[in-house]
Design a protein around this ligand. Structure first.
Ligand SMILES: Nc1ncnc2c1ncn2[C@@H]1O[C@H](COP(=O)(O)OP(=O)(O)O)[C@@H](O)[C@H]1O
Ligand SMILES: [Mg+2]
Length: 235
């Protein structure tokens, strides 16, 4: 495969944590390519390293060994300032715990990535409201995170990850708190808004109900990718 079609290229990625004096090996040499235009799902048991891997891919966490390139850029060796700028412009991340700022309204939370990219507050809010409409929260733009259900907070978090049109969107369990119908709506939205031939979507999930949305599924176990398949029937 031509390198220019790659959104993400991980080679031999290793990561160990300090677990209170004990070494916890989270990633044991991950090789994984994700192509532009692709929705890649990462599945596997709790603790197998899924969140660690996507954190490395998104430049939130530095690996100990191996390389990980995003659209040909090696985030590990970038200066902090360049890395922040690259991430702000190119990567959208939906955290498992949402990580919304509690004192900001939904529209303000969703505006953040635009403001980080230099968009003026008023224009940022206008675009934030537009994306909130797409996730079904157009009538709740002035509510605070504490005034939303878990599923609604998840939709705000997704709107925030999409609003600046990043080329790589990474989601940690995006549908786990959602009912079946909302989960499908969110996946349709992610595919429609987030995916085109230049972009890629990486989704960590336990939710077998959404496996059908994937182009490929990477199955992880104990810090390794053990299988990459095109359909959940091959898992
Ligand atoms: N900050 C941390 N400090 C120490 N150990 C961690 C930390 N984060 C994760 N781990 C450990 O690393 C392994 C992989 O965790 P994680 O990537 O969160 O897995 P998953 O997302 O698949 O549940 C687990 O054994 C977990 O306990
Ligand atoms: Mg996790």
């Amino acid at each position: 495969m031509d390198a220019s079609t790659l959104a993400v290229q991980c080679q031999g990625v290793m990561k160990t944590y300090d677990g209170g004096g004990q070494r916890v090996v989270a990633l044991r040499g991950i090789d994984l390519d994700i192509h532009r235009g692709e929705l890649m799902m990462l599945v596997g048991p709790s603790g197998c390293g899924k969140t660690t891997l996507i954190s490395v891919v998104a430049g939130i966490l530095d690996q100990d060994e191996g390389s990980c390139e995003v659209f040909g850029h090696d985030l590990l060796h970038m200066k902090d300032k360049d890395k922040l700028r690259f991430r702000a412009a190119n990567i959208g991340f939906v955290f498992q715990a949402y990580n919304l700022l509690p004192s900001l309204t939904a529209a303000e939370n969703v505006s953040i990535p635009l403001i980080l990219n230099g968009v003026k507050r008023q224009e940022a809010k206008r675009r934030a409201v537009e994306v909130l409409k797409k996730v079904g929260l157009g009538d709740r733009t002035e509510s605070l995170p504490s005034q939303f259900s878990g599923g609604q907070q998840q939709r705000v978090a997704i709107a925030r990850a999409l609003v600046h049109g990043p080329k790589l969107i990474v989601c940690d369990e995006p549908t786990s708190a959602l009912d079946h119908e909302t989960g499908h709506r969110v996946m349709d939205l992610l595919k429609e808004v987030a995916l085109d031939r230049d972009r890629a979507l990486v989704i960590v999930t336990h939710d077998a109900r959404i496996f059908g949305f994937a182009d490929r599924i990477a199955q992880m176990d104990d810090g390794q990718v053990v299988k990459v398949v095109r359909s959940s029937e091959e898992l």
